[in-house]
Write a protein that binds this ligand. Sequence first.
Ligand code: ISL
Length: 573
Amino acid sequence: PAESPWWREAVFYQVYPRSFADSDGDGVGDLRGIIDHLDHLADLGVDCLWLSPIFDSPNEDMGYDVRDYRAVMAEMGTLADVDELIAGCHERGMRIILDLVVNHTSAEHEWFRRAVADPDGPYGRYYFLVEGTPDAPPNNWLSFFSGSAWRWLPEIERWALHLFAPGQMDLRWDTPAVRREVADIVAWWLDRGIDGFRLDVINYISKPEGLPDGNAFVGQLMEFTGVETYFYGPRLGEFLEGLRRDGFTRRTAPASTPRRRLPDGTLGDPLPPDEVGVMVGETPGIGVELGRMLSAAGQDRLDLVFNFDVLDTPGHTRWDAYRYDPEYLKRYFLGYSSRLTDADWLAVFFDNHDNPRMLSKFAGGAESDPDVRTAVGKLLATIQLTMRGTPFLFQGQELAAVDQAFSGPAQMRDVETLNRYASLLAEGRGAAEAWAEILAGTRDHARVPMRWTPDGGFTTGEPWLAGTDRATGFSAQEQAADPDSVYSWHRDLIRLRRANRALTAGGIRWVRPERRGYLAYERFLGDDRFLIECNITPRPLHRPRFDGHVEPLLGGPRTETMAPWAATVGRVR
Ligand code: ISL
């Protein structure tokens, strides 16, 4: 492909602002902290930052409950800081996208307050406010954060829908004014210079007419009731096309644009503005085929979607303590590459702020050995950064971040975790059993502060959530100074991608996929060919024969035996 959209060849990096860097000692990360560390990200080589929520919020769900879409959370900074951050990214040749959480708003949003003040007025139609009696919710849908998805509002004698926490009120997208408001918010931020958005649970926005009950059998099967009625709702496609047209298509010139990155690594003049901001959909429950329907090029819906099937081996959820089956990862990517056409493109991710660390799931505890930790960190980076698709790194992956040894529920901060713990106890499960489940799956593993220096470096105060990892060698400072570190491996791979489009835009051809323990493929474009080989076992592996001369680039030459968890990248001559 001669030209591909910028986001197909980019490396994205997710920042969880609350835990990235705290510049003022209040224990909460902030925008100034991100600005101060932009050189870390530029040095790593990332092309686009994605910031988890920074908008004004009461933080019942850490910013995924927005009170004002045009204001910054006080503890994170000001609009002027956002402007400086945008300019700082663009100046370094990076783009930046924000998180758009519009399936729901906070109950403290002005729209919801007006809706409650006058449920029959225009704002009453912004939400799902359903008349009834306090003993019978309108349907059997459950909340992702435990209990019914409905909350009784005695002051107006109506039920209000919340698929997530009780303070996250679902918006009624069928109301045209809601769609206009959201499009205007997007346009407002694009004018400020933002390059697009990640769209939170965007596949849930179209609820079916009449809000029918979820199927009880499916509910049992999924251990969750109702989701099949709205996870790909009747008007989803129409809503996305409208949002793209009315919100993401530029109305005016942005405040700034990123500088062009030249092949030799230097920076050129600012690029012309992208005509459309990038739309990255967070789409839980959407498999390969529905994902294609939402993101195929030319459909004018989303540009990229996250497919969550990668996160856990079938038969397990993140609430089990288990060792991930790497053969499943291979089958997952094999399946993907065999079903996608040139119109489809995959977001490739292993970690985010909602899941434990993939490195720990893979190593299954063995990552307490620093050599295993380093090997698995490099292995996962190799797959993520050379697979066909757009990699989304989550902060800390470049430092081989692992799960934490939390000691008990008192250390937890996440609403999902705390609610789940309480409801397990209420079901009669013992405290030890309930804690084991929480410890395996809590979102707080990923949300602990970045380790900038051996003894922390995130804040001078008390961090809002404390990590427990103290292993030597895995802070940013130590990693950046070590040419053999997981950090350097990421940086080298990203440089290699940049210099060789075969690794980004090129095709993929699997090598000996039937061979257990061996995950290997070629990436190619024109005459350029690269061979990527991984030993996805904790044991040495005999390397299969390969027809062709391979010049080693990363991880050393093609020795007959591959070390446990080893990965190599070579150029095929
Ligand atoms: O963690 C989950 C609950 O088990 C996931 O289902 C998660 O809630 C889902 O992927 C949606 O996530 C997004 O929306 C949530 C927010 O809490 C998550 O942080 C966000 O990524 C509600 O806004």
